[in-house]
Design a protein around this ligand. Sequence first.
Ligand SMILES: Nc1ncnc2c1ncn2[C@@H]1O[C@H](COP(=O)(O)OP(=O)(O)OP(=O)(O)O)[C@@H](O)[C@H]1O
Ligand SMILES: [Mg+2]
Length: 226
Amino acid sequence: MYNTILQFKDVNFSYHSKAIFENANVEIKEGEFIFLVGESGIGKTTMLKLIYFDLFPDKGTIIFDKYNSSELDKTDIPELRQKLGIVFQDFKLLNDRNVFENIALPLYIAGEKKEAIKRKVYDIASLVGLMNRLNDMPYDISGGEQQRVAIARAIVTDPLFLLADEPTGNLDPFIALDIIKLLLKINMNGTSIIVATHNFEIVKRFQNRRIIQIKDKKLYDVRVKS
Ligand SMILES: Nc1ncnc2c1ncn2[C@@H]1O[C@H](COP(=O)(O)OP(=O)(O)OP(=O)(O)O)[C@@H](O)[C@H]1O
Ligand SMILES: [Mg+2]
């Protein structure tokens, strides 16, 4: 059977006095593709931050791969983050570097050799359809292309688990659909993926996928009513 890649066990989390999670539980297996839904301000981005250990639970435990929030040594965080790909809600592209350099960034940080970097960036750029954009600057490409760069950068290190925060946020419906199809293609290659979104049309369209909803400070598996 598939291994568990992520577990929330009775997780409580609050910002100051504002409670976001209370006894939240969930288990995610390797290879899953999940939509994370819930109204704006409910805690989707917070959940992703808990998964990459940017935030820690006040109570309960989060286990990602072999890392446990209750026992984690802070010096393990860089190693743990290398196993995660993160697509931020606001892309966070570097505007003074071209598309190639933006995608290559995690590989530079990991100290990879020039030839390996080139090969990996070309592979990923062709997967996400950016081969003819590699020399362009982020501000010279479209919103959909910027989103692809953010995705390419997140997967170039071949992560176990990809976290995508509202990846269709500001895109027109056709481009949004392309982005989801791209994420499904990446999932087919073996990467587990969680996509935070409030794009209900998209979720409805792919409703045979697992959908986790944040509601009443807990996590629920839900189905779309059609
Ligand atoms: N650093 C912070 N300090 C205090 N409150 C915060 C902080 N970050 C987020 N919040 C609050 O916590 C709640 C959950 O925020 P979060 O960003 O996780 O929501 P979200 O579901 O991702 O929303 P959206 O769909 O708008 O992106 C919100 O009410 C937000 O205002
Ligand atoms: Mg958010």
